[in-house]
Write a protein that binds this ligand. Sequence first.
Ligand code: HEC
Length: 169
Amino acid sequence: MKLSRSRLSVALVGFLSAGFLLHASAAEPAKTKSSQPSPKASDAKLPGLAAPDYIPETARTLLRKKMERHGQDARELMFGVTLLQYDIAKAAAQRIASEPRFVRPIAGGEDDLNALLPERFFVLQDESRTRAQAVATAAEKKDDKALAESYGRLVETCVACHSAYLHRQ
Ligand code: HEC
C-alpha cells in the first residue's frame, strides 16, 4: 500500500510536470512567429479543469478567478522543487500555504457558492495548506529527501481536491 501510494504520487508529479513542460514549449513558437507584442502570460492558458456540471457558469468564473494563481505557483513550485532551487520552492510553497481560503457555508447561506462545494473540498483545502507548509520547511532546511516527499504529498491533495470538486464528493 505504501509503495503504491508513493508510486502514485511519483506518477502524478510526472504527469503534472509533463503538462507544464508541454505548455512551455507550446507557448514558445507563438512568441517568435510575429512581431506583434507577445501575448501576456495570462493569455497563454494552462489546460484547466473540465467544467463540473453542478456549478453555474457565473459561480465557476468566480472560483476560477480565485484559483488563477494556482497555475503560476504550481509551475514555480514544480521547478523549484525538482531543480532544488530552495528559495523558489519555499516562496511558492508559502504562497500556496497562505492563499485565501474558501470558508464553509454558514447557516442561512445555503445559496452561497460555497454551499455547492462538497465537504471534502474544505478538508482538502486545510490539508493542502499544512502540506504546502511542510514543503516550505523542507526547502528552508535544504533537505532534499523531505522536499521530494513533502512535494509528492502536496500534489496528492491537489489532485484529490480537483477530483472532489469535479465529482462533488
Ligand atoms: C481546496 C481545493 C483545491 C486544492 C487543494 C487545489 N486546487 Fe487547484 N483548483 C481548485 C479549483 C476549484 C479550481 C478551479 C476549477 C475550475 O476551473 O472550475 C482549481 C484550478 C486549478 C488550476 C487551473 C487554473 C486555471 O487557470 O484554470 C491549476 C493549474 C491548479 N488548480 C493547480 C493546483 C495545484 C498544483 C494544487 C496543489 C498545490 C491545487 N491546485 C490545489 C481547487 C483546488
